[in-house]
Design a protein around this ligand. Structure first.
Ligand SMILES: NC(=O)c1ccc[n+]([C@@H]2O[C@H](COP(=O)([O-])OP(=O)(O)OC[C@H]3O[C@@H](n4cnc5c(N)ncnc54)[C@H](OP(=O)(O)O)[C@@H]3O)[C@@H](O)[C@H]2O)c1
Length: 263
């Protein structure tokens, strides 16, 4: 079955993690392109401000508070959105956290939170959405993973592992989605200037604004294709580095990140 990309006439869009950063900017970009966007996060005030910010746009943004780690809550939310607004045609599982940890004082909670939000949080939303899209024989879903999921990077044992899992789950589900008529996509951004990265204490090459990122994301939704990745130069370099043998990979990354000089 050939899966067709979704348009605003097919139903509404649902974005998790829409109260800030890439999710917020993507909600606005979709509303600019005519979508009704159901925006989910835990902070209601931020979602209401987002809804107000979209008031002059072609589409609109509606706030739906939810915590992606709450499986029953996500199922209820999907049910509520579809009862009130109609079918979810496009779902973007974007909510995420980036806890960093290092080997000398390994923070087990960093793994727990990264896996709970970035992996289980995605599955909690995907389960009810894919069941409904499967019944309808159409739909489009995308997961915001990261280029940090390609290979191990300094400090990113918990974050990178969760993003590698997110990429892997998208790859695995694509086989069924293709047969169900559902477009499955993975979004792998490089460094985007958001509240999440503003706490980073290391250089972020090719840093991109969240508005630019949102345009790339929505262009990618419209274009189809499995992976949406940007900025192109960073993605290209990291893809090449995926192919390097470990004997070359570790010294190269340590040197490029300055990790060989860190304590
Ligand atoms: N910025 C980057 O350079 C970059 C690069 C690659 C990938 N990414 C990925 O892009 C996604 C968005 O990141 P961002 O940079 O835009 O970060 P951000 O500005 O911190 O946004 C994270 C969003 O996730 C929501 N969220 C966190 N925990 C949640 C939970 N339990 N339930 C519901 N929502 C939750 C937050 O909302 P509330 O706090 O209101 O719940 C917020 O809206 C993440 O998955 C991140 O890993 C980012």
């Amino acid at each position: 079955m050939t899966a067709a990309r979704m348009a605003p006439s097919d139903g509404v869009a649902w974005i998790t993690g829409a109260s800030s950063g890439i999710g917020r900017a993507t909600a606005l970009e979709l509303a600019r392109r005519g979508w009704t966007v159901c925006a989910t996060a835990r902070r209601l005030e931020e979602l209401e401000a987002l809804s107000a910010a979209a008031s002059a746009l072609t589409g609109r943004i509606v706030a739906h508070v939810g915590d992606v780690t709450d499986a029953a809550g996500m199922e209820g939310l999907v049910d509520g959105i579809e009862r009130v607004h109609g079918p979810i045609a496009l779902a973007f599982f974007n909510a995420g956290v980036a806890p960093y940890t290092r080997a000398g004082a390994l923070d087990v909670d960093a793994f727990r939170i990264a896996m709970t939000v970035n992996v289980l949080g995605v599955a909690n939303g995907l389960a009810p959405v894919l069941a409904r899209m499967g019944e309808r024989g159409k739909g489009q879903v995308a997961v915001n993973a990261s280029v940090a999921g390609y290979r191990g990077l300094p400090k990113a044992a918990a974050y990178g592992a969760s993003k590698a899992a997110a990429i892997h789950l998208c790859e695995a589900l694509k086989f069924d989605c293709d047969n169900m008529g559902v477009v499955m996509q993975v979004v792998n951004p490089g460094f985007i200037d958001t509240p999440l990265t503003r706490k980073n204490d290391f250089p972020m090459p090719f840093l991109m604004s969240m508005d630019d990122a949102a345009r790339r994301v929505v262009d990618g939704f419209e274009r189809g294709g499995f992976e949406i990745t940007f900025p192109r130069r960073l993605a290209f370099i990291l893809k090449l580095m995926r192919a390097l043998p470990y004997a070359w990979y570790f010294p190269l990354v340590a040197r490029q990140t300055g990790w060989n000089k860190r304590g």
